[in-house]
Design a binder for this molecule. Structure first.
Ligand code: ZN
Length: 198
């Protein structure tokens, strides 16, 4: 649960100052002397809304079925910057793909085909060695089930989708409606909706 406000307090009795995140701008008790104090000021906490993918996974060993079938992937601006640097490095090194350790994927299970985020459940699987791998066309993650040699990967996310999603991420809230008709990918459309209603 994300709180909506950061409230700042200064105790009128003992001078102690503190802040607290909460759903409302309300009084709090001084942690030093227990006096009830109203906030001196409150700041809105702007929720961080990043592009999000639910991606199926696959394993090259067709008899293996104990790996997590889905990855919930939220790409942060930091990771997006690294992806852009990896693309430049790939070009200058003439490499096929660039990899690094990256623990972004939230590995999930689900009873349902093509689940929504609410239909994803925790997996029992312990996962190790998460690698992100970037090519000119796509990104994907590969990982290993802990204490085994079972390696599995996410399906590829086309870079076109990632780029479009970050266009929505970077757009000012005021200009979001101007983007609606240009968007091709569901992740961007869904991100735009989430941002408009945040
Ligand atoms: Zn006090």
């Amino acid at each position: 649960m994300q709180y909506k406000f950061r409230n700042f307090y200064k105790c009128s009795k003992c001078g102690h100052e503190w802040s607290m995140e909460w759903h409302a701008t309300c009084d709090d008790r001084c942690p030093k002397c227990n006096t009830s104090i109203s906030p001196t000021r409150s700041e809105d906490i702007i929720p961080k809304i990043y592009p999000k993918w639910i991606v199926p996974t696959y394993c090259s060993d067709e008899y293996c079925d104990d790996y997590p079938p889905y990855a919930l992937i939220e790409i942060t601006p930091d990771l997006y910057r690294w992806i852009q640097r990896a693309l430049k490095a790939r070009k200058s090194l003439d490499a096929a793909r660039i990899q690094r350790y990256d623990y972004t994927p939230d590995w999930k299970a689900s009873e349902i085909d093509s689940p929504t985020e609410d239909e994803l459940v925790e997996t029992e699987c312990r996962i190790d060695y998460n690698l992100i791998s970037v090519s000119d066309d796509d990104i994907k993650w590969t990982a290993v089930i802990k204490h085994t040699s079972v390696e599995f990967s996410t399906e590829r996310i086309p870079l076109k989708e990632v780029k479009e999603a970050f266009k929505v991420y970077k757009c000012s809230k005021k200009n979001l409606p101007l983007l609606i008709n240009d968007l091709k990918y569901n992740v961007s459309k869904e991100l735009l909706e989430r941002r408009l209603h945040a």
